[in-house]
Design a protein around this ligand. Structure first.
Ligand SMILES: NC(=O)c1ccc[n+]([C@@H]2O[C@H](COP(=O)([O-])OP(=O)(O)OC[C@H]3O[C@@H](n4cnc5c(N)ncnc54)[C@H](O)[C@@H]3O)[C@@H](O)[C@H]2O)c1
Length: 441
C-alpha cells in the first residue's frame, strides 16, 4: 500500500515508521521545516526508544520518505492519514480541530484519484463527517472515503504498542474503505490482533471513552492514596489487592502526583465539553478533572511540609520532569505545576532528567539543570522523585542522604520503601498513600 502520513509528531512518526516496517510505502509530511530537515538527515526529532533504528532500517530499504510537499506525498496514495495535533482550544476546553480541518482541506486540493482519508488524531464524535464535508467542498470531483482510526500507543512504548496492539479500531462507512484499511493492517490481522471495525461515530467515541476511563482509574487510586495517608494502609498493597481481581485489572493503579501528558488532560476536558454541549454532562469525567488538579496541589503542600512550611531559601533537587519515563514529552506534566510553585516560593531548584531538558528549559525558567542525581543532592534540603526514570529507581540512598544538608525525600512515585529510606539516613521520607515510616521499623 502507498500511504501519506500528515504530521510527524509522536503519533504520525511512529505510525509512519511502523507502517513502513509492515512493508508499505510511506511518505511522512510535516509543515515544520526544522522537523523535516532533521528527519531527512536521519535524526529523530522526539525521544522514543527504538524509533531511530527502525526509522533508519526502513529509510535504507527505500520504504520511508519525508517531505514538506503534500501534493507529491498524496499523489497515488491509497490512504492519507491525518495525525496532526488536537490540543485543548483556548478558553473553552474543546478539542481544537483547526489543524485537522486545515489538513483535510489541503489533502482535498491536491488529491486526484480515489483515496481514503483516515483520521488518526483524537477527535470528537462527528469530526470524520465534518472532514468529509470539508473535502467535498474543497474538491467536489474527488472520489474518496473517510475512515476513523484512533491511536492508542503509549509514548515510551510506542513501537511495541503499534506493532502488538491490544486492538486496532477502524470506523468506516462502506466496504470499499474497509478493504483499504484491512489491507493496511493485514500484517496485524494475520497475527490475530483484534481489529474492531465499526461506524465512524463509535470509533471516535471509543478513543475518548478509553482515555477518560484510564484517567478515572488513575485518579481513583490517587484518591484512595490520599485516604490511606490519613487512616493508614499502604496504597501499593491496596492496588495489588484490588488489581488481582480480574474485573479490575492491575494496570493504571499506580498512585502518583496526578496524571499529565499529551492526552489525558486534553481528552478528558474535551469529553466533558462534548457532554456539556449535548446536555449529557460527563459527571464522572468532570470530577476526575477536578480531583486531578487537587492532587497536583496536594503534592505542593506535601513538599512544603517537608520544607518546614516554606520553600524560601531551600535548595530542592527534583529528579524527573517529563510526564512519564522514556519520553521527552513535557505536555501537561505534573512538574509544570509543581516546580514553578517551588521557584515562586523562593527555592533554589536543581533539576535532573535524562531527556526532559530540551523541552523543559523553556517551560521551567529559573531552575538549574544538572545531569546527575548525586550532584543535584549536594547540600540540598529536599530531594523529590517526580518521574520514575530507570536511573532514579536504584539510587544509592545512603550516598544521597550523606550529601544532603537535610536528608529529606518526597518520593512521589513510590519508587523506594519507607524503611529503606530511613535506614539510609533520611530523616524524613514522604511518598504517596503510605505511612511516612513504617511504625514497626
Ligand atoms: N502523543 C500520544 O501519545 C498520542 C497517543 C494517541 C493519540 N494521540 C493523538 O494523536 C494526535 C497527534 O498527537 P501528537 O502527540 O503526535 O502531536 P504532535 O503535536 O507531536 O505532532 C503533530 C504534528 O503535526 C504537524 N502538523 C500540523 N498541521 C499540519 C499540516 N497541516 N500538515 C503537515 N503537518 C502538520 C505539526 O507540525 C506536528 O509536527 C492528537 O490528536 C493526539 O491526541 C496522541
Amino acid at each position: 500500500m502507498k500511504i501519506a502520513m500528515i504530521g510527524t509528531g509522536y503519533v504520525g512518526l511512529v505510525s509512519g515508521v511502523c507502517f513502513s516496517d509492515f512493508g508499505h510505502e510511506i511518505v511522512c509530511v510535516d509543515k515544520d521545516p526544522a522537523k523535516i530537515e532533521k528527519l531527512e538527515r536521519g535524526e529523530v526529532p522526539i525521544y522514543e526508544p527504538g524509533l531511530d533504528a527502525l526509522m533508519a532500517k526502513n529509510v535504507e530499504a527505500g520504504r520511508l520518505k519525508f517531505t514538506m510537499d503534500l501534493a507529491a506525498a498524496v499523489d497515488g496514495a491509497d490512504a492519507v492519514f491525518i495525525a496532526v495535533g488536537t490540543p485543548t482550544r483556548r478558553g473553552d476546553g474543546h478539542a481544537d480541530l483547526s489543524y485537522v480541518m486545515a489538513a483535510a482541506e489541503e489533502i482535498a486540493k491536491v488529491a486526484k484519484d480515489y483515496v481514503v482519508v483516515v483520521t488518526k488524531s483524537t477527535v470528537p464524535v462527528g469530526t470524520n463527517r465534518a472532514v468529509k464535508q470539508v473535502i467535498r467542498k474543497a474538491n467536489s470531483a474527488l472520489d474518496f472515503d473517510v475512515a476513523s482510526n484512533p491511536e492508542f500507543l503509549r509514548e515510551g512504548a510506542a513501537i511495541e504498542d503499534f506493532m502488538k496492539p491490544d486492538r486496532v479500531v477502524v470506523g468506516v462507512q462502506n466496504d470499499r474503505a474497509a478493504e483499504v484499511m484491512a489491507a493496511i493492517y493485514r500484517p496485524l490481522y494475520l497475527r490475530d490482533f483484534p481489529i474492531v471495525t465499526t461506524d465512524l461515530e463509535s470509533a471516535e467515541m471509543i478513543k475518548y471513552a478509553a482515555n477518560a476511563f484510564l484517567a478515572t482509574k488513575i485518579t481513583f487510586i490517587n484518591e484512595i492514596a490520599a485516604l490511606c495517608e490519613r487512616v493508614g494502609g499502604d496504597v501499593k498493597e491496596v492496588a495489588r489487592g484490588i488489581g488481582l481481581d480480574g474485573r479490575i485489572g492491575n494496570k493504571f493503579l499506580h498512585a502518583g502526583p496526578g496524571y499529565g501528558g499529551s492526552c489525558f488532560p486534553k481528552d478528558t476536558k474535551a469529553l466533558a465539553r462534548i457532554g456539556q454541549e449535548h446536555a449529557v454532562p460527563m459527571q464522572i469525567t468532570e470530577t476526575v478533572i477536578k480531583v486531578n488538579e487537587e492532587i497536583k496541589r496536594r503534592m505542593i503542600d506535601k513538599l512544603q511540609d517537608l520544607c518546614d512550611g516554606s520553600f524560601n531559601g531551600k535548595t530542592i533537587a527534583v529528579l524527573g520532569v517529563t510526564f512519564k519515563p522514556n519520553t521527552d514529552d513535557m505536555r501537561d506534566a505534573p512538574s509544570l505545576t509543581i516546580i514553578p510553585a517551588l521557584v515562586g516560593g523562593g527555592a533554589k531548584v536543581r533539576v535532573v532528567d535524562p531527556q526532559g531538558r530540551h523541552e523543559g528549559e523553556a517551560l521551567l525558567p529559573g531552575v538549574h539543570w544538572l545531569d546527575d542525581a548525586y550532584k543535584a543532592a549536594q547540600k540540598a534540603d529536599l530531594l523529590v522523585v517526580l518521574t520514575e526514570w530507570n536511573e532514579f529507581r536504584a539510587l544509592d540512598l545512603k550516598k544521597l542522604a550523606k550529601k544532603m544538608a537535610t536528608p529529606r525525600m518526597a518520593d512521589l512515585r513510590n519508587v523506594y520503601a519507607p524503611k529503606d529510606a530511613r535506614r539510609a539516613g533520611f530523616t524524613a521520607y514522604e511518598s504517596i498513600g503510605r505511612a511516612a515510616f513504617l511504625k514497626d521499623d
